[in-house]
Design a protein around this ligand. Structure first.
Ligand code: 0RQ
Length: 504
């Protein structure tokens, strides 16, 4: 691996993951690279988990606080959560072991907007960061560090942490050099902030590498490990149907003159439905598309290959193993059309609002009036987190939420009288789509919205019960703006908790 670490100062710090983990003291706060299964350190977190377990075996209380970009992978979140030594975690996560630890009370979890974290760390809300632990593709002779398959929070962690640990991963393609755009001026605090100079998704405003203080580097670990993303499920009929409603909606908006034929820059969440939308765009009539989003998923690579998408700006890849290999083989070519930025730039409200980004994200449930819950299950449990959905939704040209109309084999309705937790308020949510249909809520008042959501989006098994609730609420409510019967509004959730179904 001699060629991957060309700087002598960095070379002198090469050690094993175990030796690096031995440096970490209990109570440390660590800022890890990693965003939706890409660009996360792979060997150090597992070595740290082993160190924590060893200490626990001796009766010591070894706890750490973990900061990341977003979700990572089993080698990081899974391994560290499993020890029970993860005291605190922020921001987005999706690991099943970690989710259980949060829900059983072992781990404190702070679910904040992805674009806010850098500033909040800088303000000191989370205390002092001890370590930045990042993954790199290579270190150049002058000591600049070439990012790997995600940027996420790395710029901030490298700036704020006292000590830096770098995994240099030979699996990552050297062709990634040139794909990244590391812009640092965004970190300025008021009153010194300047406008973010991004006018189009393809604008490059920063540098290709991280510039770091080499004296802070305490360990360099050489690795050769793949990013671990789960393969996507084949597209099911519901996902294809939901995607079709959205594509038809785009068509209407273009014909109405509210969108250009190339649409506005697109943001799409992760998962099946997002991939179905992208697959639909590939076969659809829209040309010269652009994307200003968080993650590049398989469907977006296909769109780039087809020539329909001209440029994609994001902070990370979220690719299946097959597409990750494809990216690795052709990274230098893709670097002409893909830009990976820090997440406080990829998700910046100013850029999203200016460019009129169309946002499309998954939801857990929506209520009659258009409030959306993206994060909570039955009031008290976290599913994943808000991720970037709030950054995009509130600032979008129009915001879209998608979900199948039922969950858990039909025992749960995704359209409920009142959401059990609100992530996106009725003020921010403009379009809701299920496999049943699309509700365009723009320009409507709450009671008008309720009728449309029930008619277009609810599953037939739940339609009558929703209409009954809405009629009843209007009779008993203390006002007619957003009528509710507060003694009944969460009864669907309590029924599910006691009877295993929302059906009466
Ligand atoms: O649980 O796996 O135990 O069966 O939620 O649901 O249908 O597989 O959908 O994977 O697209 O996730 C909102 C969670 C949807 C996701 C959410 C249960 C369901 C299943 C997953 P099981 P599906 P998806 C860009 C933007 C927030 C972050 C975001 C998400 C599990 O989209 O995390 O948007 N969004 N980021 O059974 C109880 C309901 C339910 C329910 C589904 N109504 N009640 N459980 N489930 N609906 C990306 C980033 O920010 C990085």
């Amino acid at each position: 691996m001699a060629g991957r670490i060309a700087n002598e100062q960095f070379r002198s710090k090469i050690m094993s993951a175990g030796d690096a983990a031995a440096l970490v003291e209990p109570g440390s706060k660590l800022g890890f690279a990693g965003f939706t299964g890409s660009g996360y350190p792979k060997e150090f977190p597992q070595a740290l988990a082993a160190r924590i377990k060893e200490a626990q075996g001796k009766g010591e209380d070894f706890k750490i606080d973990v900061f990341t970009g977003a979700s990572t992978a089993p080698e990081l979140d899974g391994a560290l959560a499993e020890t029970g030594g993860m005291n605190f975690r922020t921001p987005y996560q999706s690991d099943p072991i970690l989710r259980n630890k949060i829900n059983d009370g072992t781990t404190f979890y702070s679910d904040i907007h992805l674009s806010h974290l850098a500033n909040q760390l800088t303000y000191g809300y989370f205390g002092k960061l001890d370590y930045a632990v990042i993954e790199a593709t290579m270190v150049l002779e002058d000591g600049s560090v070439v990012p790997s398959s995600s940027v996420g929070m790395n710029r901030t962690y490298l700036e704020l942490a006292d000590k830096i640990i770098i995994e240099v991963n030979e699996w990552q393609s050297e062709g990634l050099y040139g794909m990244h755009d590391i812009y640092g001026d965004i970190a300025a605090l008021p009153p010194n902030r300047k406008p973010l100079p991004i006018l189009n998704p393809g604008d490059r405003i920063g540098s290709k590498t991280y510039q770091i203080d080499p004296s802070k580097v305490v360990a360099v670990i050489e690795t050769n490990d793949p990013d671990r993303n789960s393969p996507f499920k084949p597209l099911d009929d519901d996902s294809k149907q939901i995607a079709q409603y959205l594509l038809d909606f785009f068509d209407v908006e273009v014909k109405a003159g509210r969108l250009p034929a190339s649409l506005n820059p697109l943001q799409s969440g992760v998962g099946n439905i997002a991939n179905a939308v992208l697959a639909g765009l590939k076969d659809g009539p829209f040309e010269n598309l652009t994307s200003y989003t968080e993650v590049i998923q398989d469907g977006m690579v296909d769109l780039l290959d087809s020539g329909k998408l001209t440029v994609a700006s994001a902070t990370a890849f979220s690719l299946s193993p097959e597409y990750a290999e494809k990216m690795n083989d052709n990274a230098a070519e893709y670097a002409k059309k893909i830009i990976l930025r820090p997440q406080d730039v990829s998700n910046h409200p100013e850029a999203i609002r200016r460019m009129g980004v169309i946002s499309c994200n998954g939801m857990i449930e929506a209520d009659l009036y258009g409030n959306v819950n993206s994060t909570h299950v039955m009031g008290s449990k976290i599913q994943n987190g808000i991720g970037g959905s709030g950054d995009f939704t509130r600032n979008a040209f129009f915001s879209v939420f998608v979900s199948p109309s039922t969950a858990k084999g039909g025992a749960i309705s995704a359209i409920v009288p009142m959401v059990n937790h609100v992530d996106h308020t009725e003020h921010d949510v403009q379009v809701v789509i299920t496999e049943q249909g699309l509700a365009d809520l723009r320009g409507l008042a709450p009671r008008q919205r309720a009728k449309l959501i029930i008619e277009k989006c609810a599953h037939p098994d739940y339609k009558d019960a929703l209409l009954d609730y809405f009629e009843h609420a209007q009779k008993v409510a203390n006002g007619q703006h957003t009528p509710h019967d507060l003694s009944q509004s969460l009864s669907w959730h309590t029924r599910f908790l006691s009877e295993g179904t929302m059906k009466a």
